[in-house]
Design a protein around this ligand. Structure first.
Ligand code: 5AD
Length: 321
């Protein structure tokens, strides 16, 4: 039945007074497709320099209050090696869209991680096809590039530096190159409606995405959207549940932003569709400079944080991998 859902149906479902039946269905599909396994991934935020001016993001190029950094290749290899020793099997290499960071340096780190037998996800924004192809040749398995919103007008008003068509073009190119392709969007952007979220879900299915990060918008005080209200965790979880029904095999993280909104929310998100969780392994002081939205992050302690996360996942009756 899910395959036939259209925009109106999805918007109507998102607005249901009682969503419990959909949550139960999403949970059932997740158990069937993902066998109660929760994948833990390490994120290494290796540069916070960004040429974009996304109006919601704390790292946008126009925010002068950010201490900008670029990690060296050596620092990146050390941080990745530490994460692998702690048990992580996937490293996500994430940065702002940083033309000052050589693609070859990223390639070298990709090869280093692949030699150690782990999977690599790259999340560095929009680049020409040749750059994506080069990283793929270096061994990158996956690429994350969120659509942010599937409404072209809303996309345009939030992104002075790009269009939705360009973004979708990149997603299609990544698919063509054989990447496991991840997208995703924010809940609660100013001007967004339930119909927008329905469009967002349908775009995930149209690509079709192998991963989708759906998280609440959280206002950052140093951005033009500082006074806008944050997105809701309930609506976020509803969107995750519908994504699970539309794309049964998709990897759906319980996003960090959802965890920021409410520590308890992540517990329930694993029972309404999500099957992935990410942990920052970015060393200090860099981690504190990578502030996309306000978050009270503790010090990075790779081993201890990984062990605690595994215990917490087991306490929910799931298997951490
Ligand atoms: N609130 C929530 N999520 C945000 N992102 C960027 N800024 C914010 C914000 N203020 C998300 C976007 C982006 C990812 C790196 O973080 O979805 O793709």
């Amino acid at each position: 039945m899910t395959a036939e859902w259209n925009r109106e149906d999805l918007a109507r479902l998102l607005a249901l007074e009682d969503f419990s039946e959909i949550y139960a269905q999403a949970d059932e599909v997740q158990r069937r497709e993902k066998r109660d396994v929760v994948q833990i991934r390490a994120i290494l935020e290796f540069s916070n320099c960004c040429r974009r001016r996304c109006r919601y993001c704390g790292l946008n190029a126009e925010n002068p209050r950010v201490t900008r950094y670029r990690m060296s290749v050596q620092e990146m290899k050390e941080a990745a090696a530490e994460a692998l020793e702690a048990g992580y099997r996937t490293i996500v290499l994430q940065s702002g869209e940083d033309p000052g960071f050589p693609a070859e340096d990223i390639g070298e780190v990709i090869r280093f991680i692949k030699q150690k037998g782990a999977a690599v996800t790259v999340s560095c924004g929009e680049w020409p096809s040749e750059v994506y192809a080069y990283w793929r040749d270096c061994g990158a398995d996956r690429y994350l590039l969120k659509q942010e919103t599937a409404d072209p007008a809303l996309y345009g008003s939030l992104h002075p530096c790009g269009t939705l068509a360009e973004r979708v073009g990149c997603l299609r190119e990544l698919k063509r190159l054989g990447y496991e392709t991840g997208s995703g969007f924010m809940i609660g952007l100013p001007g967004q409606t339930l119909d927008t979220i329905a469009q967002d879900l349908l775009l995930l299915a149209e690509i079709p995405c192998d991963m989708a990060g759906i998280g609440p918008f959280l206002p950052h005080p140093d951005t033009p959207l500082r006074d806008c209200p944050e997105g809701g965790s309930e609506l976020t979880m509803r969107a995750v549940a519908l994504a699970r029904l539309l794309l049964p095999q998709c990897n759906l993280p319980a996003t960090t932003s959802l965890g920021v909104l409410s520590g308890g929310a992540r517990r329930s998100v694993f029972s309404c569709g999500a099957n992935v969780i990410m942990r920052k392994v970015t060393p200090e002081p860099y981690k504190s400079y990578y502030e996309i939205y306000p978050a009270n992050l503790g010090r990075t302690e790779v081993r201890r944080e990984r062990a605690e996360l595994e215990d917490w996942i087991r306490s929910m009756g799931k298997t951490p991998v």
